[in-house]
Design a protein around this ligand. Structure first.
Ligand code: ZN
Length: 277
């Protein structure tokens, strides 16, 4: 499932290749995603120039002329690829190419999603912060608002496991299962610890680790676990840099102890029983 680094890498790549281009038209071949794509999509974007590509949490915000924004969420298995000259669509099953956006230079932006949990929706720019999808989302983990004092306040009195709190989108935006495990390993905090019992020093380490892990993952164009592909159809490179995620039974890269796996909040969690207290 794409997390913040994958969406941010995609945003950076699409910004370079799409900004200034104009949508010619859109063909919706399958409207039934997490919610159905409305007829408004094709009529709104036709003939509009792409002004900017932003991101909030795991949502891509494709801003077009006329103060409209196309909100795109990749769900579990979605990809948005820019297919121009030389693009090899071989790894994408054409039956899952649900929306095709034709651009003014003859290239195409294609939304492919085998499991159809994604979302594509048009929102007026002025309403962006109030749409249901974004209204209750917490601060961006790479922004200034996400600080040690913020996370300290947000976790006081909480009995939920710290890993589940890190994955709570109301507390911090865009951190999912893979990165939450990696962040807690770097911060030397066990994922099962009750949020309210995590010390101030540990909270400080978690905030620093969040920023380091996410920045490194963005620099590697994200993590490919199963299906994620970037805008050129390539897998991300961070999988090779994972230290605990999906490494059950393998030696910890710091101390050699076998990495353990447990289920927390119905998700697999990985940790080193020696390094993480
Ligand atoms: Zn260790």
């Amino acid at each position: 499932m794409p997390e913040l680094p994958e969406v941010e890498s995609l945003r950076q790549m699409l910004s370079r290749s799409l900004a200034g281009r104009t949508f010619h038209h859109a063909i919706v071949k399958e409207a039934r995603l997490r919610r159905s794509i409305t007829a408004e999509l094709a009529s709104t974007i036709a003939g509009r120039m792409i002004e900017r590509i932003g991101r909030r949490a795991k949502y891509l915000l494709i801003e077009v002329a006329g103060d409209q924004v196309m909100l795109v969420h990749l769900g579990m298995s979605g990809s948005l690829t820019h297919r121009g000259h030389g693009f090899d669509p071989g790894r994408f099953d054409p039956r899952h190419d649900h929306v095709e956006f034709a651009l003014d230079d003859g290239s195409m932006l294609v939304y492919n999603d085998p499991r159809r949990f994604g979302l594509i929706k048009i929102v007026a720019r002025a309403d962006l912060n109030n749409v249901a999808e974004l209204k209750y989302i917490g601060p961006e983990p790479l922004g200034r608002e996400y600080s040690a004092s913020y996370l300290w306040e947000a976790t006081r009195g909480r009995t939920a496991a710290i890993k589940n709190l890190l994955m709570d989108q109301r507390i911090v935006a865009g951190v999912g299962n893979i990165y939450a495990s990696e962040i807690l390993f770097r911060a030397c905090v066990r994922p099962t610890r009750r949020g309210g019992k995590v010390t101030r020093a540990e909270i400080g380490r978690i905030v620093t680790a969040t920023q380091e892990v996410l920045r490194e993952a963005i620099g590697s164009r994200g993590t490919t676990f199963r299906s994620y592909r970037d805008s050129r159809g390539q897998p991300g490179g961070f999988s090779k840099l994972l230290r605990v995620y999906d490494r059950e039974g393998q030696p910890c890269l710091e101390c050699g102890t076998a990495i353990r796996a447990i289920t927390l909040g119905q998700r697999s969690s990985f940790y080193c029983p020696r390094c993480q207290k």
